[in-house]
Design a protein around this ligand. Sequence first.
Ligand SMILES: C[S@@+](CC[C@H](N)C(=O)[O-])C[C@H]1O[C@@H](n2cnc3c(N)ncnc32)[C@H](O)[C@@H]1O
Length: 895
Amino acid sequence: MDTTQLIEAITQCNRDVSNGVPGAKEKLLPLTYQLSASVETPTQMIWSTFSTGPLRAATVRTAIDLDIFKTLKAADGASTSILDLAKARNASPDLVRRIVAFLASVDIIFETGVDAYCATRISNALTTPGILGGAIYGHDIMSRSMWEIPSYLSKRSYQNPSNPVDAPLQDALNTKQHFFPYVSANSLLVKSFADFMGVYREGKEHWTIFYPLRERLQHVPDSSSGAIALVDVGGGLGHDLAAVLSQHPALSGKLVVQDRKEVIDSIDPAKLDAGIQRETHDFFTPQPRKARLFYLHSVLHDWDDENCVKILQNVAKGMDVDSRIAINDLLVPDRGSSRSLTSMDLGMMALGSAAERTESPLTRVRAYRSHLKTKRHADNAGLAPPSGFSCQYCEQNFTRKEGPIRHLERNQCPKAPNPKRKHESLDSRADDAKRRACVGPRSDSTASDEIDQDIDSGYGGLYVREGAGGGPSIASSSKSPEDSTTDQTVSAGAPSPYEYSRKASNVSADMPTPVQLPPLSAVWSPEYSTAPSTSHDATSYLLPAQQSPAAYSHTATPSSLTRATTGDSEMSETSWYNPADEDEDDEKQSFLIMPNNPRSMSSPALHTPGQGFDPTTGHTGSEGSRPLSDAMERMSLKNVVMDNHSIDAAVSKTIDSSAVSASRGPSRFSLATSTATSDYNAKRLSFTSLLGGSSIKSAHPSAVYSVPHSRTASLLTIGSRSTMSLDEMAAPFASEVDPELRDHRGKGDQGQGRIRRKVFLPSLPSISSWMPQSRPRSRDSNDTDDSSEALTLTASNRADGVQWDLFAPTGSAGGATKGGKGDQLWVKALEDHHEDARGALTLRKGDVIQVLPHRGSGNGEWYGMNQDSKKGFFPRKHCAVLQQRLYHPTIPEEG
Ligand SMILES: C[S@@+](CC[C@H](N)C(=O)[O-])C[C@H]1O[C@@H](n2cnc3c(N)ncnc32)[C@H](O)[C@@H]1O
């Protein structure tokens, strides 16, 4: 944009700010930066960068020492003379004059006359603990470390720093200590940093808004039982927990804030909500608490990858079967990163050789995942894994690989109660014990207490459990965790990264063997972003890898963009999955990524009372909205390349998404939807459609096709999404959406402009070309050969815009299946549909219907049998295809 356009954009944006348009505020400042860049000459750039910039920092810091901001504030809007400003510290008036003149010239204070000044909004803020702390910490640590970057990098031949105790900070401050111990030695810095942590994310959406806390903390027993709902690991002064309490006062279970001793000691108990318990805990030692949720906000970004892994490993030790870890950190997009994000990233480098993680080529979280796995094996070196499990119902023993979850949820247990009830009971806390009984290691296990409380990852859970022979154990705990109401100090014998030597080569004695991160090149290949080259090239069913927010920068919703590009945090949540429930190959290749960017798709309506997102219910008020709170994703290493935005884009075109699940099996990517997010099993089961494409931007970006590996999608729950209507989902990508899709918006939908329950597919040829094993058949085919295909494309893309009917049963549908594995076609009703006609099947939303081969099928109708064994014709357009009935517990196996 040229200067004129920028001025117009600023005017418009300013109007939006006045009208309270969400996201406008965040957009305004970057626009002003762009404007000054467009008018600044190179010489002015030199002055502003190397003179004004450092001087702002230096004079603000000096003015704090001279109490200038306090004195101006005390004048309560009246002017203060230089003489009065100098008095507080008995400073030279001539010196003070020079300093305040500069501060006025950069608009930090206001010059009211000759030698007379008054406070501004900013200078008043500089007297409050958070902003004051930011200025002190910013000057004394941050900017000094940053100034050191050029010489530091030069001395180290421009290699990316990775040693936490050999960062620019150590050179700048002439210390061998890590940032945190260095700060600890200085009470002013401890307080400044902790206070600043309370405000540094000010203005950004709080995690209590976009994270489904209530849902996650459901069924936590009352705090009188000692149960802990939430531990804020490295939680500073407890401000995040205070916000949780104010938003969700009725949450049951205790809240615990853990941090280093000096931080915990600096919390004034009188100022901390009584519902929050303080606790000293070093997160490099095993987590002493069991809690439903462990929350890490801006913790991992302080650390290099190896230490992130250690932190997560230690947190994982506190995980119970239904625990989760929630990670709230910034995620740097591949393109179009904002100045706040890039500054944070380099800032983390300067302070501790750390980084803000990028979202592609994938997040390093994957690496954490693989580290955990590696560590798990390492921890148990020499220990026999549990030999198996026994089912509490049938007492059958089975191998670890078969897994209890598979046994129960796939209805393979002959003695389990009614499968449906069984299934429900798994969701109920009351039956946790039963679940565990089945899940737990067999009593004859030789290593029952070592590891491997394999759990259903849908509940989140423990992935690593260390036993007596394992790693460090808790050395001391002054009180029992349950009884404690005040501080606890838990220490452990694990070496602290603070103690690492500066030289990596010297550290082996202290340090657990570092686990090598996989080189990114191993998981990233340009081929992943290319279009399908041949219809049989399975690995080409990939969404584009590099869709960054910038790619959508011309779209209409300001909030979606600003949020994506101005450094809002990304919320990720992980629950380790149960490797026993996977095929061996799958396990080797699997990892999780955390693509969740809940707000990259937000739109104004999300926050409009009565219409927008309601954090208490997790729903929006708008019709057609669906909770997206449980996006799931599961991918395999060999062909995963996907970032947030490609997923988001895909989601935006997946209609009727009450929950969106994405998975990539060994050969395909799938995106699945379901209609009942609150029902875990429904999520597993309702894989209805799969969306893939060569490029989101291509003319026909989407296709629906079957996936034989949809089960993998159920194993990991990742992140949370806000609730949003389909329009809201699509809005950020409005201009990217397939024209056909766009044209149909509103049609067949009572003109409300909502896209609901329809998938508008591009031309059939392109779809069938993406179906390597498909053989188009007649829709009425009654062929019962033993084709291995589950589904075959047959239908056409009708002009009326209601195009769900691209699947038809193959010959095997409804017939005998190979190995009883259920190649039949099952569909799920997306809405109620009543038919009076004879031979018609009435659909109730959520009904699962087995499609039966029938010569009369056609013209948009299928013939099928519902759960009550009623048979009849029904319109396909009201249904979505499920993958394998194997996943539906309510439908017993045939024969
Ligand atoms: C960037 S701050 C984030 C604080 C808080 N979670 C927030 O978002 O405002 C990182 C926190 O990690 C804490 N921390 C650093 N090392 C730690 C350790 N070994 N054990 C526990 N906490 C630690 C720091 O004291 C600090 O409070």
